[in-house]
Design a protein around this ligand. Structure first.
Ligand SMILES: Nc1nc2c(ncn2[C@@H]2O[C@H](COP(=O)(O)OP(=O)(O)OP(=O)(O)O)[C@@H](O)[C@H]2O)c(=O)[nH]1
Ligand SMILES: [Mg+2]
Length: 296
């Protein structure tokens, strides 16, 4: 494919405030669940690349954490830094907003994008807007903010208008040969994805405190033929959180492990044996050295 005339390839940053559907959009575009999603803000904690190779164009999507303007914890500072870094060297920016409400937090994310960089607005979750006529004034309001390359109303969850979004992105990408192989989906390895699938279940199943006090590490990852034997550790910051994660008779943890394993099976194929332990590490989210060691 190298040197194919007219081939386009480039990096596309997906940015926006928490919970607007950035990771859902990346997954829908790539066609696999490579970035975890949940209703809770700040589900994504890392920059994750999702790759889509089509005839004549390779899109390298860069999913980012939701940009936080309210809480200044050391973890949040690192998440925001990941957003700024992702914006530093991309060809195109997709600014995701929720079609039902665009607010100050959204506009602050847009302000991070250097002038002159092509920006496409993904007006997401239009499936939740009953009165489609309400979209027109919203689009007009958005158009006044900057000279956007395009504004595309879509639904990441339903997969509507993704073709229109891709066409607009492709137009803005530079010419060049593909940088990834045609079957590559992400820059992250299976170890990383395994830990993320466990964290996804914690975000989806537990209340408003425990997910934010939690991180997941992979202690062992052995592969023999098509079978994988994975040992994961969930780190919490207080002993009480351990009990919440385990649940009555270990039920909660069992459900977390069962669902996480299903996600692993879907992406990895073969057989997966997963064991999950919970350990307490006081203040892991407040200590910069620990955060660095945990991969943030
Ligand atoms: N109805 C509807 N819900 C959506 C759509 N896209 C995403 N969602 C939901 O919105 C919630 C947040 O989605 P995520 O993809 O995790 O959002 P995010 O922007 O990556 O969030 P952070 O990583 O926390 O910043 C999830 O419950 C999704 O299922 C959509 O098009 N329509
Ligand atoms: Mg996300």
């Amino acid at each position: 494919m190298n040197g194919e005339p007219g081939h386009r390839c480039g990096h596309v940053a997906i940015v926006g405030r928490p919970s607007v559907g950035k990771s859902t959009l990346v997954n829908a575009l790539v066609g696999e669940r490579i970035s975890i999603t949940s209703r809770k803000a700040q589900t994504t904690r890392h920059r994750i690349v999702g790759i889509l190779s089509e005839p004549g164009v390779q899109y390298v999507f860069v999913d980012t954490p939701g940009f936080q303007t309210r809480h200044g914890s050391p973890l949040n500072a690192r998440l925001n830094r990941a957003v700024r870094e992702a914006l530093a060297d991309v060809d195109v920016v997709v600014w995701v907003v929720d079609a039902s409400r665009v607010n100050d937090a959204d506009r602050r994310v847009l302000a991070l994008v250097p002038e002159g960089r092509p920006v496409i607005v993904a007006l997401n979750k239009v499936d939740l807007v009953a009165d489609k006529g309400a979209l027109l004034p919203r689009i007009a309001e958005l158009a006044a903010l900057r000279d956007f390359a395009a504004i595309v109303p879509l639904s990441a969850q339903r997969g509507t208008q993704l073709g229109a979004l891709k066409a607009e992105i492709a137009k803005a990408l530079p010419e060049g040969p593909p940088v990834y192989g045609p079957d590559e989906l992400t820059d992250r390895d299976e170890r990383f994805l395994a830990a993320e699938y466990v964290r996804e279940q914690i975000f989806r199943r537990l209340g408003d405190e425990v997910p934010y006090a939690t991180t997941v590490g992979i202690e062992s990852f052995e592969q023999e033929g098509d079978a994988r034997r994975i040992g994961a550790v969930v780190w919490v910051s207080k002993p009480g959180q351990r009990g919440i994660l385990l649940g009555q008779g270990g039920e909660t943890m069992k459900a977390i492990a069962t669902e996480a394993r299903k996600s692993m099976l879907r992406l990895f194929g073969g057989r997966v044996h997963l064991e999950v332990w919970v350990r307490v590490k006081k203040g892991w989210a407040d200590d910069d050295a620990t955060l660095a060691r945990l991969g943030y």
